[in-house]
Design a binder for this molecule. Sequence first.
Ligand code: UFG
Length: 324
Amino acid sequence: MKVLVTGGAGYIGSATVAQLAEAGHDVLVYDNLSKGHRDAVHPRAQLVVGDVGDRAALDAAMSAFHPEAVLHFAAWIEAGESMKEPERFFRNNTANALNLLESMLAHDVRRLVFSSTAALYGEPERTPITEDARLLPTNAYGESKLLVEQMLAWFHRIHGFSTASLRYFNAAGAAGERGERHSPETHLVPIILQVALGQRPHISIFGSDYPTPDGTCVRDYIHISDLAAAHLLALEKLASSAEPARLTYNLGNGRGYSVKEVVECARQVTGHPIPAKLEPRRPGDPAVLVASSEKAQRELGWSPRHASLEEIISSAWEFAKTQV
Ligand code: UFG
C-alpha cells in the first residue's frame, strides 16, 4: 500500500515505518522534525519535512503521493507537560488532527490509523482496562487525544472513513538503532538509563503514596516493536474490510510494573546502582494503567513477542549506550 505516516521520524513512528518498508509498503514520512530525527527514517521511505498544522504543505504531499492510508503519529506526548501548557496539546494534537482529516477528505483518502493512548481512561474503575471502559482523562494530553477519537467517530459516520484508534500503554524499549531520544526526556525508562550512564545523579520517583502495593504508580510497558507490528495488522484489517470500519484497540502486555520495580529491573539489567529519590506526585498521573489487549489479540491476531520487562529494558539499554 501507499502509506503516508505523520511523525514517522519519531520514536514509535520510525519503528513502524521500518516495519512497513520492510514489508514492502511504499511509505512517505511527513514530519516537521521538531521531535523526530532524520536518521531514524528508514532508507526506503521518503521524507517530507512539514508540519501537520500547515494545510498547504500537507495538501501538496497528499496530491503528490496519493496515499491509500494515513498513519497519524505526530503529536506532543508528555502527560506531565500537558498539565502546565494544555493549549499546546489542544493545538498540536487536536486542532492539527482536524487539519489532517480535512486534507484527507479533500484528497479522498479515507483510511486512518491513529496513535491514541491509555491516558483516555484516566483513573480506571477496573483493571485490566478493556476498550469499553469509561473515558475520563486526568490530564490534558489524554483529553487532546480523546477529542480526536470523537472526531474520527463522526468522520466515520458521515464521510465513511475507516479508522483504527490504537490506545498505547507505555511504549518502551528500542528496535535496534531506533530508540527513545526525546529532548528534554520525560519518560521513565530512558531517564533511569541516563542515571545508569552517569548523565543524571538520580531518578526522581514522582509519588510514593499511591494506592498501589509499593505506593508508586503502576504502568503496562510495551515494546515498540510489538506496538509497530499492531499498526501493520490494523492497516491490513482496514484495507480488507468491505464496509467502512471503526476499530479501537488497547495495546499493552496486561502486566503492570511499579516505578520502583522498573528501577530495580534496570539495576539488574545495567549492573549500575541507579540512586532513586522519592519526590511529590506529578499532577495528572493515574495510579494504575494496565491493559487488556484481548480484543487486539482476538481480532487482529496480534500478540506481543517481547513482553518481559527485562527484555524491554535490555533493548533500551543497548540503544542508550550508543547515545553517549
Ligand atoms: N516517573 C517518575 N519519574 C520520572 C518520570 C516518570 O517517577 O522521572 C513516573 C511517572 O510519574 C509515571 C511513570 O513513571 O508514574 C511513567 O511515566 P512516563 O512519563 O514514562 O509515562 P506516562 O505514564 O506519564 O505516559 C506515557 C506516555 C503517554 C501515554 C501513557 C499511557 O508518555 O503518551 O504513557 O500510559 F499516554
